[in-house]
Design a protein. Structure first.
Length: 131
């Protein structure tokens, strides 16, 4: 069995991110693995790509990217794990699943952790194309 040395955590930008990161921190501690937190703002990227008027698109993209960078940084500080080095990365790209695939290819993690898209009334969770 291959040893897990790196864990990629994909943030959904919702309430499930903090518990997911806390679980990843616990795993990283036990396994001695490095941890990377990734967030992508696919919604704004989609809107900007389809904008009729391109005036201000570059500034809007920069603002969205800045916000995307701040979110994982804030989240990593919220879990209070000074003993675990959490690298953060962000993207402003669409579609979301492609941004995640590109990130996986670039950092080549041994484990990818992501919360499911949401609850379902008849099942424990619901999967979408990003899951």
């Amino acid at each position: 069995m291959r040893k897990i040395k790196s864990i990629l955590v994909v943030a959904n930008r919702d309430d499930t991110d903090k518990p997911l990161l806390e679980k990843a921190v616990q795993l990283a501690r036990r396994l001695g693995a490095r941890l990377e937190l990734f967030a992508c703002d696919a919604e704004h990227a989609y809107i900007m790509r389809r904008a009729y008027d391109n005036t201000g698109i570059e500034q809007a993209w920069l603002n969205s990217f800045t916000d995307s960078c701040e979110y994982p940084e804030t989240l990593s500080q919220a879990v209070n794990a000074p003993d675990v080095n959490i690298l953060v990365d962000a993207a402003c790209d669409s579609p979301h699943y492609q941004a995640v695939v590109d990130k996986v290819r670039s950092c080549n993690p041994d484990l990818v952790m992501k919360s499911t898209s949401g609850a379902h009334p008849l099942r424990r969770f619901t999967l979408d194309s990003n899951d």
